[in-house]
Design a protein around this ligand. Sequence first.
Ligand code: NI
Length: 172
Amino acid sequence: MGILPILHYPDEILRQVSEPVETVTDEIRELIDQMIETMYAAPGVGLAANQVGVLKRIAVMDVSSGKKPEALIVMINPELLSSEGEESYEEGCLSVPNFTGDLNRAGSVQVCYTTTEGRKMTLCAEGLLARAVQHELDHLNGFLFIDRLPVMKRDMIKRKIKKAIRQGVYQY
Ligand code: NI
């Protein structure tokens, strides 16, 4: 067990497409346990494996922030089956610390994935969970929420991060 360091934008690993998990081994389960611990410690409502430097299609999320044990969801090889509607909501990311932005995403999604026990699951999600699923799927495909912001807002965040890096107050 242990808390893993979270990679920050503009780390190139965050831009790579993660590979599917072929078999859910003990090593994968150990990684998932560490990801869960890291997410809760951050604290955050979701974490993708590439955020801790592992290019595998695994995401953990808990939109209750640990308040409801049943809200913890682990998705291995998630695939979006369908999405519907559009909602604007303020979003942030553990890999882009201290910045948030309003962006549009589907209001509800249907997603299938493999569980830690190796079973196939289909989940219909709406609201904050639908948003978390889409955010984590983006991570697995090398995208960050800032990529979906209006260009002016995105450029402003990038400029501020560059400045913070120069000042030595932002680490990645
Ligand atoms: Ni994120």
